[in-house]
Ligand binder design. Structure first.
Ligand code: PLP
Length: 410
């Protein structure tokens, strides 16, 4: 059989494998020098106790005639959707209908699958550096052409760097879809309400869809900053929003998320007819998807009880404090750290013109600290480096001290 050439031609996704290889090699040669891992994007703290309890209770109920649940509704159980509408949207003045919310097993799943709704020749734009899923999913569908000299031929990239304060300059060329991730992975930066409004206005004027990844919205600590793109006027006509319990409630191993597709959002057929993306996604999920398990959705619902909210706030505050420790330790260095306030990521400029990989090796061998080279997130990440706050306070403090000391030695 003939294969999908686009998947076959994908460059190797070697970033985390290569990091693991270098760390393994170093540890084997230096068993007496313990390494602190500050590179992973996975949470480390356990589930909130009340959430774990709800998860277990629902699983046990599945073993009884009264509590058993078979296939659930494709879009998710109404009990969870109602809670999402109330806590995530109505509380911030955003009104959505229940059938505009779709429960899924991950923001990765949905940000990767949403491209099934786009034309094969749709022009895709991403901010750069970028969470790689948006690029890879479109590349696999053949939309980005070939990968040459470290770039996808047909991908439009909007650099977000220290030099432009991480505010993307909007493209002058026609773009069908723009992926935006705020708070951003990997840079940890956010955009103000006004900056986001300018992007939404541009999208409306240019008939561009925004895929808004809000996986880190729970880390936003300034109430003035938008947590949902639908807080921005006109956004419901141009934006899909993907959210997740992974980073807000430690669900990376549990798997639960949601995507909002407003009914006001329309795409265009070749003949000019406008078509509801909500209807298309509903149709697509009906054919390809059987939903998220009942115990998982019960666990997600438990994050909205008073007890659950307090426990989750404590977990997020813990990661925020870690990010603060990193920022405090590095703020007056030449690394110009950004992020770390509304996100669990701190983004550094590597010193002395080092590449991200050179700085990786330098920190590993002199400070025994592991981070992520910016090159792993696209060309715009070259010469940068990501540290994460998903560690213990003790390790974070020690890592921050070691990085600072290593920088002082340069
Ligand atoms: N979106 C961004 C920007 C992420 O960084 C991640 C995980 O690191 C995800 C989505 C994945 O979310 P989920 O665990 O819900 O699939």
């Amino acid at each position: 059989m003939h294969i999908n050439e686009y998947i076959a031609q994908m460059p190797a996704g070697y970033l985390f494998a290569e990091i693991a290889r270098r760390v393994r090699e170093y540890e084997a040669l230096n068993p007496a020098s313990p390494v602190i891992r500050m590179g992973i994007g996975d949470v480390t703290r356990p589930l909130a106790p009340s959430v774990a309890r709800a998860f277990a209770d629902a699983a046990l109920a599945m073993g009884t005639p009264e509590g058993f649940h078979g296939y659930g509704p494709d879009g998710g159980y109404p009990f969870l959707i109602e809670l999402i509408l109330r806590h995530e949207y109505q509380a911030r003045g955003v009104r959505l209908d229940p059938d505009e919310v779709f429960i899924s097993d991950g923001a990765k799943t949905d940000t990767a699958a949403i491209q099934e709704l786009f034309a094969p020749d749709a022009v895709i734009a991403v901010t750069d550096p970028v969470y790689p899923v948006y690029v890879d999913s479109n590349a696999m569908a053949g939309r980005l052409g070939h990968y040459r000299d470290g770039r996808w031929q047909k991908l439009v990239t909007l650099p977000c760097t220290h030099d432009n304060d991480f505010v993307p300059q909007l493209p002058s060329q026609r773009v069908d879809v723009l992926y935006l991730c705020l708070p951003n992975n990997p840079t940890g930066t956010v955009l103000s309400r006004e900056q986001l409004q300018a992007i939404v206005d541009w999208a409306r004027a240019n008939d561009t869809l925004i895929v808004f990844d809000a996986a880190y919205k729970a880390f936003i600590s300034d109430p003035q900053l938008p947590r949902s793109i639908y807080e921005i006027e006109g956004a419901r006509e141009v934006a899909v929003e993907c959210c997740s319990y992974s980073k807000s409630a430690g669900f990376t191993g549990v798997r639960c998320a949601w995507t909002v597709i407003p009914k006001a959002l329309k795409g265009r057929r070749k003949n000019g007819e406008r078509v509801s993306l909500n209807a298309m996604w509903t149709r697509r999920c009906g054919s390809k998807y059987n939903g998220v398990s009942y115990p998982v959705q019960k666990a997600a619902a438990a994050t909205y009880t008073e007890e659950g909210q307090a426990e989750i706030k404590d977990i997020i505050d813990g990661y925020r404090q870690n990010a603060g420790l990193l920022m405090d330790a590095l703020s007056d260095t030449a690394c110009r750290p950004v992020g770390g306030v509304h996100a669990p990521y701190v983004w550094l400029k590597t010193p002395g013109g080092m590449s991200g990989w050179q700085f990786f090796d330098y920190l590993l061998t002199t400070a025994q600290v592991v981070g992520t080279p910016g090159e792993g997130f696209g060309a715009g990440g070259a010469g940068c480096f990501r540290l994460t706050a998903f560690s213990t306070p003790e390790n974070t403090k020690e890592a921050a001290r070691r990085v600072r000391e290593a920088l002082g030695r340069l």
